[in-house]
Structure formats: C-alpha cells, structure tokens
Write a protein that binds this ligand. Structure first.
Ligand SMILES: [Zn+2]
Length: 434
C-alpha cells in the first residue's frame, strides 16, 4: 500500500482538479457550493460505499475594498487585505495617526482610551520554527488584537501579516469581536509594508494614514459537511475518522490550505480500504468540513449531530498543514493503549516518520471532538515554506510538490489502514472537563 501511494498520482490529480475547477471556496459563496458538489463527485469516483452531505449554517461575510495609504512623512500606498470579520470605515474612509503596539499583551496594558482617534498597528513578527509554535505565538495579534484595540479606542487596526518571507502581498485570516461590540475596520499589511511602517514610526516622526475598508456582514448562509465512507466488513460501527476542511479563504485558491488536505484524506482512505480484497475491517470515514477558516462551523455541527456516536470513533486524524512531507507522529491514546504508538511508529518508520514526545491535539476541526476522549493521531508535516503563502492569493498549485504529497498520502493511508485493521480497537480516553 505504501509503495502504491508513493507511486500514485491520485492525490495530485484531486488537488489539481479542486483548485482548477472550483478555486476559492469561502463559506457561503458560490465557490463553497461548487466545492460541495465537487467533493461529492470526488468521493463517489474514488469508490466510497456511501457519500452524503449534512447541512451547516455558516456566517456570511462579504469582502469589499481595502486600501491603506501613508500620507506623512511621505505619500505611499501599502498592500493590505481586510481580515475576515472586519467592519468598515465610515463613508470616505478615515485619516488618522498610527500608533505602533507590539502585541496583545502590550495592548492590554494600555490605559482605556489610549488609542482614541488613532489607528493601531500591531507589529509582532512571526518566527519561523520547525513546529507550530511560531504561528501560535504570533496569531493572537490577528485573532484577538483588533478587538482589544477597539476596546482601547482605536478607530481601526492594522496588523503585520502573520506570515514569513519577504513577499509583498498580505495574508488574511479570521478575527474575533468581543460580545456585544460591533466589528471595527481591520486589515493585514504585507510583511515588507509592516517593516516600512515600523521603521518610519521608530524614526520618531508622526505617521498619518488614510484607510478605506468596506465589507458587509450579511447574516447567515447554508453550507454542508461532505462525508464519505467505506463500510467496515466486520465492525462497521467502529469508525476511523479522517478530517480535512473543504473551505478556503475568499482570496485564496486554497491549494495548500486545504486542497492538499482534502485530496490526501480522500486518497488515503481509498488506499486503506482497497489494500486487501475483502475491504477494511472497520469503517473508514472521510469528513470534509464546511467553514473551518471563519469559525469552525462544520466541525461544531458534526460534533453536535454525531454526539451520540463519539464512542464509536476508534481513531481521528486531521490534515490541515499544507502539502509538506510527514516527518513526525504524535498520538493521544488511552493509557491502556500506550504501547500501540510503537506499533504505528514501526509501520511509519520506512517513510521517515518518527514518533515524537508530546501528545496529539488533533487539528482545529477536531477541537470539538478531542475533549470527548477520541483517540487522536497527528502527523507533523514539514512546513518551512507554508507560511509564505498561507491565506494569500499565492496559495496556488505551483507551490505544491507532488513527491511530498505522495509521501504524506502514504503516511496517512498507513494510519488509516492500521486503525481500521488492528485486532483490538483503540479505546476512548476519559473525557476532559470543558
Ligand atoms: Zn486550513
């Protein structure tokens, strides 16, 4: 099966088809609807026994324009993109002085009203590291920063893109507002533009800027989770769950985020299901969720709709890290199954995947299921260049490396096959209080 995956083209063909025939598929858009039909077709063509959709209500946010221009010390247009959930400037835009604040902690430390009448600029850079911590430490300037800046009186917030690399395009992403507040205008600057602004402010002269940001909060829309399964021949009620989000950002073709994840999970399940002539012992289920990017709507809807069967999930795993090679394995098994990690690690070793210390957490879409005690497997992917294109217009097929995709497919097919074929099921862990 691993050899077949390493020689196979199907994952590449699937991601190519998705970005070519559908492209951007942000929650509630026509692209979202097209990607539902695409996913149903892809699962049927891959031979899944059963394919169905489950409706998901998603928030509808429509991007308008976003422009940012430095007026003083000298006129210069900057590259910006509104964050998902951003509000709008008043008609005609705003002109105001810019105040640099490093991060959310520094924002929280400011007295109330400290930013009144100003534009806040959150400048914390993201560090490139081998794991997720660089992203995790920087991302609060996007997810929470604009809300805190608004509470301190800011008219609008600009953030440095949560990204790496010198490219001059901005990276979008979701921002959250505090209960009972109305969304403020907020946008991300391309990294070099954030650096420029930082240098100008560090030089001490006041920087004035003109911002025009217009978006629409348009209520709700109906999307869907798309689900396919290969039914287990001996224990159909025991399920190996492979998850990937189907949506992308509105500006992004979503090749790596998350076309590669969608394609990998479909092909990994197909390989695992067809590895033996009799079919899998347990059920292999692929869940392609609606709206991960703008609020985890699909993951929450799935957890609610399937709450009664959480105990039937014998293994859950998610792909949402781009199209890099798998190099690390993390698990979060019940204490009685601690030795099982060694079994899985031995199967993955030929692919260059090694067991890591620490516990699997699942991805964002597994966050509603993880506290319920579902056994989790994380594959850690190489992502040195992922955050150069994440949530941008440049998340295109050209940045996906076919050989890496084949290797990751082989690794996930191995995980799926092992979970489905193992003599004993993996046991659930005690649920964590939420
Ligand atoms: Zn993603």
């Amino acid at each position: 099966m691993q050899r077949q995956a390493l020689a196979g083209e199907r994952t590449w063909q699937l991601v190519t088809s998705l970005v070519t025939e559908v492209g951007p598929r942000f929650a509630g858009t026509p692209g979202d609807a097209q990607s539902i039909a695409w996913a149903e077709r892809a699962l049927r063509e891959a031979g899944f026994d059963r394919v169905w959709t489950e409706p998901v209500t998603v928030p509808r946010w429509i991007r308008g324009t976003a422009t940012a221009e430095i007026l003083a010390p000298h006129a210069r247009r900057l590259e910006v993109v509104a964050l998902g959930g951003s509000g709008s400037t008043p008609p005609g835009g705003i002109e105001a002085e810019v105040v640099e604040v490093f991060d959310v902690e520094a924002l929280e430390a400011l007295p109330e009203g400290a930013l009144a009448g100003r534009i806040a600029f959150l400048s914390r850079p993201m560090e490139q590291r081998a794991d997720w911590t660089g992203y995790g430490e920087a991302v609060p300037i996007r997810s929470r920063g604009p809300a805190v800046a608004a509470r301190k009186g800011a008219l609008a917030t600009l953030i440095r893109s949560v990204a790496i690399g010198p490219d001059r395009f901005p990276h979008t992403g979701a921002t959250r507002w505090e209960e009972g507040t109305s969304p403020a205008p907020t946008a991300a600057l391309a990294v070099p533009d954030a650096e420029l602004l930082h240098r100008q402010l560090a030089a001490g002269a006041p920087v004035r800027m003109r911002l025009v940001i217009e978006n629409e909060h348009a209520g709700e829309a109906v999307s869907a989770n798309v689900i396919g399964e290969f039914r287990g021949r001996e224990r159909p009620g025991e399920v190996v769950l492979l998850v990937a989000h189907r949506d992308s950002w509105d500006i992004a073709p979503g090749a790596q985020d998350n076309g590669t994840g969608v394609a990998t999970m479909i092909e990994a399940a197909r390989l695992a299901a067809t590895a033996s002539r009799q079919g899998p012992r347990r059920t292999l289920r692929v869940l392609l969720t609606a709206n991960e990017e703008f609020g985890l709507s699909g993951a929450r809807a799935y957890a609610a709709a399937h709450a009664a069967e959480t105990g039937s999930i014998v293994l859950a795993t998610e792909s949402d890290q781009g199209g890099g090679r798998a190099h690390g394995l993390l698990v979060n098994f019940a204490a009685e199954d601690a030795a099982a990690s060694g079994e899985l690690a031995a199967l993955l070793a030929p692919l260059g995947v090694a067991l890591r210390s620490g516990e699997a957490g699942g991805g964002a879409d597994l966050s509603p299921l993880a506290p319920l005690g579902v056994p989790l497997v994380d594959l850690d992917l190489e992502r040195a260049r992922y955050f150069e294109v994440h949530h941008t217009i440049n998340d295109t097929l050209e940045r996906v490396v076919p050989a890496d995709l084949r290797q990751a497919t082989a690794a996930w097919a191995t995980v799926a096959w092992w979970g489905a074929q193992r003599a004993e099921r993996l046991r659930s862990r005690p649920p964590q209080p939420q």
